[in-house]
Design a protein around this ligand. Structure first.
Ligand SMILES: *[C@@H]1O[C@H](CO)[C@@H](O)[C@H](O)[C@H]1NC(C)=O
Ligand SMILES: *[C@@H]1O[C@H](CO)[C@@H](O)[C@H](O)[C@H]1NC(C)=O
Ligand SMILES: *[C@@H]1O[C@H](CO)[C@@H](O)[C@H](O)[C@H]1NC(C)=O
Length: 536
């Protein structure tokens, strides 16, 4: 009986504790494809904590479904689908990217690559900006959104449509982010010395020689050009029209309350950062569940050799028949078993040690004790799952950030890269043999990395939830944000201060000079007058 009051106090206390952020309203503006896969994890977790989620989606969306037990949706009709939402577009984009990569290193390939990228980016941004205008122009929808009084707006700013909508609705803004329009999001808010921070598409590590550092600036310049002349103009036009000419897109992004950054520094090279950045890299990590029966039987049948999991991700599951045959033949040469996510035609050279599947329970397979290696295109969702389960990665990077991601893993000694454009059966077979050889330390290194990754005061997903709710409770987190983004560029770089110091220095030098001149003049004239009086 005596413990009841204590119990009641505890219950009461925990009730008030939880009620403080229970039942918040969250408006989510996602980006489709693999970006939605990780946004969905946050949405489901927020839902399970009692928040009410509304997702803004386009009717052309490929992955974001209209109906879900976890959220309600508002669908915006859009005549043209974003190109990243179309399987046929991505297959063509991939084909062309691989062609360009075949001449890698030449100036022509460099220009061709950026031209190809810019065209794709421009098209996509134009369509996203159009979607934002359609939202702004639908007064019923805007009224509805305003009336609901959301507590927080959650978006991925890689295509910053959501940033504009959040500004229009004047809501506290939280990003689930790794990229913005012009590469790594850190470049938007933190000092980013190019001497040790490799730029996107450079495929350098954080140790660069002088030539690499020169090239790094060239890669950086290409992205700066892309931002100002290709990617941001469609959004800037929306800002000009709806917010006024003095509002620019970059400062809207920099004004976000909180950046949930999908980065962990066991993977990314260490770099300067800011207090309103919360690192949630690997937040998708969770223990494996048991496999479906047929898959479990297949995996067990691998015996001591174990299995290798192969997938090229959500957007890129058709790499063409030529590459597929090479991969199938190489797999057939090895004693291991292979589970391969493959949606194209069944390769003729497929060995009986390889199982083709249209979809695979990736996390459960990676967590299986028989799994020896993970072959992947190098998307971060898969990479973090592999790190979580301690499975070394053999990368076949294809496009976007994938090569750079693999470079980061290789620098940690847990991965190797196979060049897709020069691939043949022998190189892939020997690369796999070498990679699976237990004498090589890939596995030990990855186990160590996994241990470091999981040794944290708070799980990344819990941390993400805490901070989203923090923003809901306090209606923002402006106190964590630097004021740097409101400064003009010359003030940010201290050029005005330097100019003042320069002017001051110049003044002193002039004064000293004038003083000396005057002194010397006087000295000379007294000497002359002395000499004069002597001679007289
Ligand atoms: C989306 O809505 C637009 C405009 O109403 C329509 O033209 C288009 O066919 C729709 N697309 C899909 C995939 O439903
Ligand atoms: C505007 O939004 C409302 C509510 O979301 C929707 O029912 C309506 O179809 C939209 N109108 C147009 C022209 O898209
Ligand atoms: C798989 O193929 C190899 C060689 O082609 C053969 O020796 C082996 O018996 C086959 N295994 C099964 C289970 O069919």
């Amino acid at each position: 009986m005596g413990s009841y009051p204590a119990l009641a106090v505890i219950l009461l206390f925990s009730a008030t504790l939880f009620s403080r952020c229970n039942g918040g309203k969250v408006l989510v503006y996602p980006v489709d494809g693999s970006h939605w896969l990780n946004m969905k994890i946050l949405v489901e977790e927020l839902h399970s904590r009692g928040h009410e989620i509304t997702v803004l989606r386009s009717n052309t969306s490929w992955y974001v479904s209209e109906f879900s037990p976890h959220y309600s949706s508002i669908t915006v009709p859009q005549e043209q689908a974003q190109n990243l939402e179309s399987q046929s577009f991505m297959t063509n984009f991939l084909k062309r990217s691989l062609e360009i990569n075949q001449n890698k290193g030449s100036l022509w390939a460099f220009l061709d690559f950026y031209n190809h990228l810019f065209t794709m980016m421009y098209e996509n941004q134009r369509i996203v900006a159009k979607l934002v205008i359609d939202i702004f122009e639908n007064k019923t929808m805007v009224e509805e959104l305003k009336k609901t009084r959301y507590d927080v707006f959650l978006t991925d700013p890689v295509f910053p449509g959501g940033v504009l909508v959040a500004h229009y609705l004047q809501l506290p803004l939280v990003f689930n982010v790794r990229w913005i329009l012009n590469g790594d999001a850190h470049f938007a808010f933190a000092p980013s010395p190019l001497s040790y921070i490799p730029q996107l598409f450079s495929s350098y590590s954080d140790k660069m020689d002088i030539f690499q550092r020169i090239n790094n600036i060239v890669y950086h310049s290409a992205l700066v050009y892309m931002y100002y002349y290709v990617a941001s103009p469609p959004y800037q036009a929306v800002c000009d029209k709806y917010f006024g000419k003095d509002v620019d897109l970059m400062s809207l992004m920099q004004g976000a309350d909180l950046w949930l950054m999908r980065v962990d520094f066991i993977f990314e090279f260490p770099r300067p950062t800011m207090p309103n950045v919360i690192y949630i890299g690997g937040f998708q990590g969770k223990p494996a569940k048991s496999l479906p029966k047929d898959l479990e039987e297949f995996v067990q049948s691998s015996g001591e050799h174990g299995v290798v999991i192969m997938t090229l991700g959500t957007l890129l599951n058709d790499i063409g028949p030529e590459l597929s045959e090479i991969i199938a033949s190489a797999f057939a040469n090895l004693p291991q078993k292979f589970v391969w996510r493959h949606n194209g035609k069944r390769p003729d050279t497929l060995g009986n040690n390889t199982m083709l599947v249209e979809w695979l329970p990736q996390n459960d397979l990676l967590g299986h004790p028989k799994t020896k290696a993970f072959m992947t295109h190098g998307g971060t969702n898969g990479i973090y799952e592999a790190i979580y389960h301690g499975v070394p990665v053999l990368g076949m990077p294809l496009i976007f950030d994938q090569y750079d991601n693999m470079v980061r893993l290789r620098a940690r000694g847990v991965a190797e890269i196979v060049e897709v454009t020069t691939l043949d059966v022998d190189t892939l077979t020997s690369a796999l043999k070498n990679f699976l050889d237990p004498k090589n330390p890939y596995k030990q290194n990855m186990m160590k990395l996994s241990e470091l990754h999981q040794d944290k005061p708070m799980k990344p997903l819990e941390s993400a939830m805490f901070w989203v709710e923090f923003v809901m409770r306090h209606k923002g987190a402006a106190h964590l944000r630097t004021e740097s983004y409101k400064m003009p560029w010359y003030a940010y770089h201290g050029l005005d201060v330097m100019a003042v110091f320069g002017a001051f220095g110049l003044l002193i030098v002039t004064l000293v000079w004038a003083f000396c001149k005057c002194l010397i003049g006087r000295f000379v004239s007294t000497k002359i007058s002395k000499n004069k009086s002597k001679s007289e």
